[in-house]
Design a protein around this ligand. Structure first.
Ligand SMILES: Nc1ncnc2c1ncn2[C@@H]1O[C@H](COP(=O)(O)OP(=O)(O)OP(=O)(O)O)[C@@H](O)[C@H]1O
Ligand SMILES: [Mg+2]
Length: 383
């Protein structure tokens, strides 16, 4: 059943290309609540700065409380996403039809005038970037079992996007800030399908270029080959970060030679992987299992995309349903350091407008805007 709040308060809604009014068009949309801008503004107390909980490449996120008391996260999309209302609603319908325990729930949206806003369920424990890898890590005890469940949860959510829904969705931006935790520390993937709301030349990749480059599969970053295997690479990096409790790239020193992934491979070959496992885990951890998870990271991040397993197989490896075969463990593909150096933003990444980047192999098609790295063309969006 289509649900309405006080949206579409225009006096005469324009007819859509199907020759019916927008309200009629909208009434065909299933499972999605349409909010008025006024209602969301009220929920977020006029979008006051104190209610802002984050800012990403797609726009700002505010914490809000709806009239019925439901807490929501309200994502106000930046102007790059102001596509037509009809196209916007079509994409939202598709995104909202994806339902899984490990995906953040999209309640609805607002598409009024220039406003394009998404309304998600509010997750109490913020993102992994904040809690496990960031400044708030001491507030939550991430035991081995909690980490394990988070890894399995993310893998299940991704397997759903990749293999269960039609057309398949490549997330494109699997990283710690896009993994949110509910009150029971269940992992939920956020921002799935969002790239579809932006025109191809605004395709969002990252707000934290150096940090996110740490998640980019080499074939995607260098040759712009986007397939599910690029997400699987990013998942592998995330897996390692969860086990080690550290970011793959040191954001304070993004050009520092060694990534966590490179270091892990080096230690694996020396038989010293235990050095890398988060020291705070020592007491309660099944170290064999932690090492197995690092091996699964290598399986996912190997250079050859074809050899990376599907997510459903990764889930089985994580849960122990299938063994991690030694022959699948291969040297991770890591972007050449020169690529990272060439793609560090020159100038102030946070200032509005386009900044230039130094010459790079992708110079012709790469822009940095608002600290966001964008590719002008992406192939194979849904493969
Ligand atoms: N549903 C939600 N519940 C609680 N907090 C949220 C929710 N969605 C987003 N946030 C918070 O807002 C922050 C910003 O999210 P946003 O997706 O805009 O940026 P990001 O994840 O850092 O980067 P990107 O734009 O690449 O996804 C998140 O890191 C998280 O802390
Ligand atoms: Mg995000």
């Amino acid at each position: 059943m289509a649900c309405f709040t006080t949206c579409f308060n225009r006096k005469t809604p324009p007819p859509t290309k199907h020759g019916i009014t927008l309200e009629e068009e909208v009434s065909n949309i299933q499972n999605i609540i349409l909010y008025s801008y006024k209602e969301l503004r009220r929920a977020c107390d006029n979008f006051r700065a104190v209610n802002k909980i984050g800012m990403g490449g797609f726009g700002s996120v505010y914490k809000g409380k709806l009239k019925n008391g439901t807490m929501v996260a309200v994502k106000v999309l930046s102007e790059g996403s102001t596509q037509g209302i009809q196209e916007f609603l079509t994409e939202i319908t598709m995104i909202s039809s994806m339902q899984h325990d490990n995906l953040v729930k999209l309640y609805g949206c607002c598409a009024e005038g220039v406003h394009r806003i998404l309304v998600y369920g509010y997750l109490e424990n913020n993102s992994l970037a904040q809690t496990l890898l960031g400044p708030n890590h001491r507030n939550i005890q991430f035991s081995w079992n909690v980490r394990k469940e988070i890894c399995i949860g993310v893998a299940r959510g991704l397997a759903y996007l990749h293999e269960e829904i039609q057309p398949h969705i490549v997330h494109r931006d699997i990283k710690a800030s896009n993994i949110l935790l509910d009150e029971n520390l269940n992992a939920k993937i956020s921002d799935f399908g969002l790239a579809k709301l932006f025109p191809p030349n605004m395709t969002h990749i990252s707000t934290h270029v150096a940090g996110t480059l740490g998640y980019l599969a080499p074939e995607y970053a260098l040759r712009r080959q986007l397939t599910r295997k690029a997400d699987i690479y990013s998942f592998g990096v995330l897996l390692l970060e969860i086990v080690c409790g550290r970011c793959n790239k040191n954001e304070r020193s993004p050009t520092e030679d060694e990534t966590l992934l490179g270091k892990a491979w080096e230690l694996y070959n020396k038989g010293e992987l235990l050095e890398l496992i988060d020291a705070s885990l020592a007491r309660d951890t099944n170290m064999d299992e932690a090492v197995k998870y690092v091996k699964i990271c290598f399986v996912c991040t190997q250079e050859m995309p074809k050899l990376r397993p599907l997510m459903s197989t990764v889930v089985k490896m994580l849960t122990g349903e299938i063994e991690v075969q030694g022959k699948l463990i291969a040297k991770p593909g890591i972007l050449p350091e020169a690529f990272l150096r060439r793609n560090i933003i020159t100038g102030d990444a946070s200032s509005p407008g386009y900044s230039s980047i130094e010459a790079s192999p992708m110079r012709e098609s790469t822009f940095i805007s608002h600290g966001t790295m964008t590719f002008s063309s992406i192939y194979n969006r849904n493969s």
